[in-house]
Each structure stands twice: as C-alpha cells, then as structure tokens.
Design a protein around this ligand. Structure first.
Ligand code: MOS
Length: 748
C-alpha cells in the first residue's frame, strides 16, 4: 500500500527542494557507494557463492540459421565433476527488452542466430563446465539465412508494435516530394550505422537459488522487476515466486534491461539439480548472445527556402531484427521535434535477419538518428552558405512541430549560444580543409542534442528510525549512474538530516517497485517517489509536533518553527515508515518533454595517415534541475565518449556467411579508451521543469550520446572536406579524399 502518491496531471506547483535550508541537491557530491566499489566490498552478481554451488556454461549454436540435428554429450558427461547437460526450449526465450512479453517461442533445435543458446552444461567448477561444454558434439543442418540487411532491404516491413506508442513508427504531413523539388537548398543522402555492442564492463551473470519453491536470483539487471516478470513467465511461475537482487550493476546501457539467457539457464539448471547454479557469461558470449544495437540505413532529405527555413524534413530508417521480435531502432525520434518545417515524413521499417537480438542501447534511436539528422543539417547549412548554428536558430519551433503541443521546457537556443561562446565557435575556419597545423588538418564541428524525457510509475519506502537515521528502499538500481547518492541527497534535503545519516538500499524486487534504470528516467522517477514519501513524512512529523507542515523547517536533524525546536528522532517515536509513489498523468501527453544540448569539438586528421584524433570538446546541456553536478557531469561525459565511439570506432562486425559476431571482445570491438578522449568540458544551464516531476528535473543519462557523433563527423568534414556517411569514420574512409601530400613527404 502506498501512503502518498504524486500524479503528474499538471505542472508541479512548487518543489520542496527549492526551500531546503542547506541543499545537497544541485551540488557536486561524490558517490556514497564509492568506498565499497573501490575497496571491492560491493558484491556483484558473480561474487555470490551459496552452499553447494554448481556452475553452468551455455552451449551455443555453431550456425547462423538452421536446425540442430544431434547433440552428443556422452564424452562430456563422463568428464570429472560434470553434472548435467540440460536442453530446454525455455533457454532460447529471452526478454530482450521491456517489450519482452512477445519474445519468440521456438523449439530448442531451431536456430535463428549464431551463438543462440541451445543448452547449458553444469559441473562442480566453472573450468570443468567449460571443458565439458567444449566436448559436446553438435551436429546440424544449416539453412540459408538472411545475414545482409542491405541486400535484403527490399523485404523491409513496418515494425509490428509501437512499443507503448513511444516510438512513433510513421508520421507524415504536407507534401515532401513536391516541396523538395521547389527548394532553394536540398540535402538527400543515406547514412549507415553498424550494429553496436553495449560493452558494459561487467559481463552478465546470474546465481539461482531455489528455496521452498521460491527462486532467488543474484543477477545484474537494470530493471529487476521487469526481469523478474519475464523470468517468471518463462519459468511458468508467479512473479511473487521470483526474487531478483541487483544491488550493484557494472554498467548496462540497455544490455541488461530484458532477461538474458544466463538467467534462464541458471534458474532451469538450479531447479533441475536441486542446488544453486551460477552462470557467468564470458566476454565473447556477452557480445554474441545478449543483444546489440541494430544496424540502420537512414535516408534523410532536408530542404530549405532561400531564407534558410526548413521546408522538408524527411527521415526514413531501415533497421534489422530477428523474426518475431518487436523492438526496432527508432532513429527518427528526434526528427519529430527538433526543428520546425511544414512538410514532414518520418518512417521506420524492419528487415528480418538472422543476427543477434536487437535491443535498446543507450538513447535507442536518438543516438544514431541524430548522427544522420545533425550531419544532414550541417550539409544543408553549407548548401545555404549559412552558419550551422544560424540554420538551427532559424528553425527553432514554437511548439512541437507535429503534435502542436507545447514543450515543457526547451533551452536548445541557449545551449547553442552558450556552447558557441565556450568553444570560441565564431573564430573557426569555415573553409573545409583550410586549416593545418603541421601535418594535421584541423576541423571544427557542432551538433544539437535532444533526448526525450520519460516518466513512469515508481515507488519508494522511506523510514526514519528511533535514532533519527533515514533508510530509503526501492527496487531501483544504480548501474554506475549515481542513484544511491542522488536518492540519499533528496531524502537528506527534504528531511533535514545530514547525508551521512541516510542509507539507501536498491535492486531488490521485494522492495517497492520502481521504473528501473533505463531511458534516462531513473533518477527523476525514483527520486520523485522518494520525494513523495518524504513530503508525507514531513506531514506526519508536523502532526507529531502539532504544527502545520508549512510552518516547519527541517535542518540539521531538527524540526523547527517559531518557538519550537525538537530533534527529528524525538518526533518519530519508535520510527516512521512511509511508502511514496509517482504516477505519470496527463503531463505526459499535454506537453512534449525533452532534454537538450549542443556539442562543439575540434578534430585533427593526419594528412598523411588519415589518423583521426578528437582534440577539444565543449558541451552545454539543459535538463531541468541537475540533481548532482558530479554524477550528472560524469553521465554527460560518458555519453559524449559513447558518441565519439559511435562516430569513429564502434562497429560490431558480422560474418556475412553466418551473421556471427567477428569482433567479440574488447580487443577487437573498439570503444574509445583514455588516450582517445580529450578533456571534455560539460556545462549545465540552470533550468527547472515543473511539468516533468516534483524534482523539476529531466534525464541526463543518454543526452550526451545524442548529437555528439555528428559533431565529430562535421568536424572531420571541416578538417578534410570529406563527408563520410558510413559510420564509423575509420581512417580508410577518409584517406582517399585527403588533399594530396607530395610523395617525398609521404616517405618522410
Ligand atoms: Mo537504456 S538503452 O533504456 O539502458
């Protein structure tokens, strides 16, 4: 039962956070879970060793499409310590995403992609399980699969589901064809982005323990309640019969949203053997058998009149996915709202391929959609001989250009102006290839950023014990984002206790359910539930004091009013416990809620080798109230690094004969490392968004990814005069177009 609910049907009148006497919210606070992480005492999923533990290793399909005709485990089962080979059709069901209820049901012998789990081998040690799995002889009949999305583009069909109506599969207004033919300036091109991997630091791991008919899973999931419900469905259990614990998650980026095969394998094997079973994926298995960001083929057509006003915005995306799966990469998301313009067409289609499941990855849709859109804007600005910032300023919409609804808050123009100042944009060289520093070609680029702000139902329990200590409990997770710290700050400020007197417990499905960590909604939704609980606690403390709540001040562990001063501990008696919740309401549909930003960067391209280096970076963001400057900055920097990776290095390579992931480790799948990244300057504008939630905050986790890759690509063009529309922009794609270097110089 929830004691206090905030429903967002209208702008929130006034946030109690704005009257906290000594606020920690808004300041930079180091993570309260930091000491446990650096000292190794934060226990991750794979670090659980219950009594009698056995170890499972996934057995996986060695073909990309076809049938398993035989599994000979005789030798494997005779090996020392080997307990079982379990083959079960439930193994290959996976949630994949929030929309996992529609996961495919297939026989365990049918293979839809290379690396698909077809069994689990269990032994008394991980080494023995692995050796046994390698000894299992699998025979198969390969069938011709679809491995090349480009070649199969003609088979593209609309997605089967709009994923809660969020992704807007198809919108259309005006006449894009006719208007494009009359335009003063036109850009019409195709951008391609490859499959990408989340590449979180911590591999997927699950430890399953059955006790009295109930399954407990120590696992690493971003939204344990979602995973619990999916796992319960797969196992034929009630959700109440499953408990998932994910107090620490070593990165997710969307790859740990839906239930993955290691969790199902551990649960099935533990039940089968009557003892706890741990399944930890190897790095290669994470790359091959969890999920990926689907590849895209994006046609963007932009047209403008002579005054630089957009007349056509057209963005058609073709992406790929396994048959039967509902998730699709919604690359056109930001195109619906970023710029004004009367004639518009946004469309998505899906090609069914036999490749690893496509799932959400950090800023699904927007991250790679803005690679195309924001590069196209750069090309259009050039065609108009306009500064790219000026082009954006001339196309700033008053309201949502397709839905006609107001924006809850929108500071894109301020982000562009502040960013330009901080970077020194005005003094840049405008002639592509026109600036050299020795053998380096120097270029500058910019792009806008937008990421939708989402809000879902969330609950949290806040307790004050007899000693005045505060405990916050919610199923919400901290996937490296700072949730522990942010929730503690909100409770500390609202109840007027020092941060050190607040404890936060996360990631247990037996605690009040949250919206989980995903879609950049984590801090704002779970923080709002904590807000609702604390507001109710203040009312109860006021009742205990016999005074109206709005006359009280909560600070330093004391409750004070004129002529009244008592320690909070004295007012709570044996303790107070309140459950707060937040519910989305009409504000979700009456307003468009989006976080904005602008990126500016300098890229250097070596004139001889084509080596690309990002040399300088400024980003400015507006995302409502910033709850913790340190963790938000860290999220923003991480997002920009993600964007740089998408622009320059990240590509999951599929073998064209089988769809197999070729570069299935961090040595071959290139995420940027320290030496690839310059100091990144992140600045947040002061903003409050009363439409969003009681915190007046919007999401930041995915905002930095949006547009940042396009800023890099635009800078590469400015440096070299080479437009690369096939991401990532590796040096081989730039080299051919570089200005000639004399043969003598090349040798030197
Ligand atoms: Mo995110 S892709 O919802 O973790």
């Amino acid at each position: 039962m929830t004691d206090a609910t905030v429903k967002m049907d209208a702008p929130f009148p006034a946030s109690l956070l704005d009257s906290a006497p000594a606020p920690t919210v808004g300041t930079a606070q180091p993570r309260i879970d930091g000491p446990r992480k650096v000292s190794g005492t934060a226990r991750y999923a794979a670090e659980h060793f219950p009594e009698g533990l056995a170890h499972g290793v996934l057995l996986r399909a060695p073909i990309g499409c076809g049938r398993i005709t035989g599994v000979d485990a005789e030798a494997a089962l005779a090996m020392p310590g080997v307990l079982a080979l379990i083959r079960d059709e439930r193994l290959i069901r996976n949630g994949g995403d929030f929309a996992g209820a529609a996961a495919p049901v297939q026989g365990v012998d049918e293979v839809a992609y290379f690396g698909q789990p077809i069994g689990v081998v269990v032994a008394d040690s991980p080494e023995r399980a692995r050796a046994a799995a390698l000894s299992v002889k699998v025979t198969y009949e390969a069938a011709p699969g679809v491995f090349d999305m480009e070649a199969a583009r003609g088979t593209a069909l609309p997605p089967t589901d709009d994923i809660y109506g969020l992704f807007l599969i198809h919108t259309e207004q005006g006449d894009v064809d006719r208007t494009a033919h009359e335009a003063a300036a036109l850009v019409d091109a195709v951008w391609r982005t490859p499959s990408q991997s989340h590449a979180a630091m911590e591999p997927h791991a699950s430890v399953a323990v059955w006790q009295d008919g109930r399954l407990t899973l120590h696992a690493s999931y971003q939204s344990p309640v979602v995973t619990r419900d999916q796992l319960a469905t797969v196992m034929g259990l009630q959700p109440s019969e499953v408990r998932i614990l994910s107090p620490f998650v070593g990165g997710g980026f969307g790859g740990k949203l839906g239930v993955m095969p290691e969790a199902v394998a551990a649960a099935i094997a533990a039940r089968h053997l009557g003892r706890p079973v741990k399944v930890v994926m190897t790095r290669q298995q994470v790359f091959e058998t969890t999920g990926r960001r689907p590849m895209t083929h994006q046609r963007v057509r932009l047209a403008a009149d002579a005054a630089g006003r957009l007349t056509v915005l057209q963005h058609e995306t073709i992406t790929d996915q396994l048959a039967g799966e509902v998730f699709f990469e919604p690359a056109g998301l930001a195109t619906h709202l970023l710029y004004a313009g009367e004639n518009r067409l946004v469309d998505h289609k899906v090609v069914r391929t036999n490749k690893l499941l496509g799932v959400s990855m950090r800023a699904p849709g927007e991250a790679i959609g803005q690679l195309a859109l924001e590069c196209a804007m750069d090309e259009l600005a050039e065609a108009l001989d306009l500064d790219p910032i000026e082009l954006r300023l001339r196309n700033e919409p008053e309201r949502h250009p397709e839905l006609g609804i107001p924006f809850s808050s929108r500071a894109l123009v301020d982000c562009l102006r502040h960013g330009a100042d901080r970077f020194g944009w005005a003094s840049r060289n405008r002639v592509p290839g026109g600036l050299r520093d020795g053998e380096w070609l120097v270029g500058h680029g910019m792009a806008a950023a937008a990421r939708g702000n989402l809000f879902g139902p969330s609950r949290a329990r806040v307790r004050i014990d007899a000693g005045g200590r505060v405990m916050v409990e919610t199923e919400m997770t901290d996937i490296g984002t700072g949730t522990y710290t942010v929730l503690a700050q909100i409770a500390a400020d609202l109840l007027g206790v020092p941060l050190a007197r607040v404890e936060v417990r996360l990631g247990d499905t037996d605690d009040p359910a949250s919206a989980g960590s995903g879609g950049s909604w984590g801090a704002a939704t779970s923080g709002s539930a904590v807000y609702a609980a604390c507001a109710e606690l203040r009312a109860r403390l006021a009742a205990a004091a016999g005074l109206p709540a709005d006359t009280l001040t909560f600070a330093d562990g004391m409750v004070t009013a004129s002529g009244f001063r008592r320690p909070i501990a004295e007012l709570v008696g044996d303790g107070l416990s309140v459950e707060g919740s937040v519910q989305p309401g009409e504000s979700n549909s009456r307003f468009n809620q989006t976080s904005y930003g602008a990126h500016f960067c300098e890229v250097r391209v070596h004139a001889v080798t084509g080596e690309l280096r990002v040399a300088r970076w400024n980003s400015v963001f507006a995302a409502g109230r910033i709850l913790n400057r340190q963790t938000a900055t860290s999220q923003a920097i991480g997002g920009v690094v993600f964007g740089i990776g998408g622009a320059l290095t990240e590509e999951l390579v599929h073998d064209p004969r089988s769809g197999k992931v070729v570069n299935r480790d961090l040595g071959e799948y290139h995420v940027p490392v320290h030496a690839d990244i310059p100091p990144i300057d992140v600045h947040f504008l002061e903003e409050r968004d009363p439409v969003a939630n009681p915190l007046l905050a919007k999401g930041v986790g995915e905002l930095g990814v949006c547009g940042s890759g396009a800023a890099v690509a635009n800078a590469v063009y400015n440096a070299t005069g080479v437009r690369v529309r096939d991401f990532p922009i590796t040096l081989d794609k730039v080299l051919a177009g570089l200005p000639p270097v004399s043969a003598a110089r090349r040798r030197a």
